[in-house]
Unconditional design. Structure first.
Length: 161
């Protein structure tokens, strides 16, 4: 029974991670809301989680290690999302993460004009909300919840065996 419960938990987290990425890409490509650099970085924990869970389910082992890895990954994701939320609210200043694509290798006036025509997406601007919450704030809550679920599964893993 516990083995089934652990696999069900992993499958639910896997499906939820896929769902989160599908929604992010839907908002980006179909609704035409371009993400800032931190929004793109916030997707990394979900991608890593999908890979780790898929490997675990394919190999049919390492479940306990997978739960602790997921806990760490989602805690890191919650911190990044909270940092992004703090930038949006003015608690923190934008860091170099927000300007990763800006290069200063402009040699000609044509290059300078091209750079000036590019749309710069600031990490502090909130262009898209759901129920009045920015995606960074929603991601903070979701990442924290997934880290709690993963940690609880890790703690209860031995009890269920």
């Amino acid at each position: 029974m516990s083995e089934i419960k652990n696999k069900v938990t992993l499958n639910i987290v896997l499906v939820f991670c896929i769902f989160v990425l599908v929604v992010a890409y839907f908002i980006e490509y179909l609704l035409k809301h371009e993400p800032c650099n931190l929004c793109l970085i916030e997707r990394i924990p979900y991608i890593i989680s999908i890979i780790i869970i898929s490997i675990c389910l394919f190999l049919k082992k390492f479940e306990k290690i997978t739960f602790i890895l997921l806990t760490i990954i989602f805690i890191a994701g919650a911190f990044v999302s909270f940092y992004h939320f703090g930038i949006e609210k003015g608690f923190f200043e934008e860091s170099f993460f927000c300007n990763l694509s800006n290069e200063i290798n402009i040699l000609t006036k044509e290059d300078l004009l091209k750079e000036l025509q590019k749309k710069i997406i600031s990490c502090k601007n909130v262009d898209f909300t759901i129920f009045g919450l920015s995606l960074a704030s929603i991601n903070t809550i979701v990442s924290f919840a997934l880290s709690a679920i993963s940690f609880k599964s890790f703690l209860n893993y031995e009890k269920n065996k």
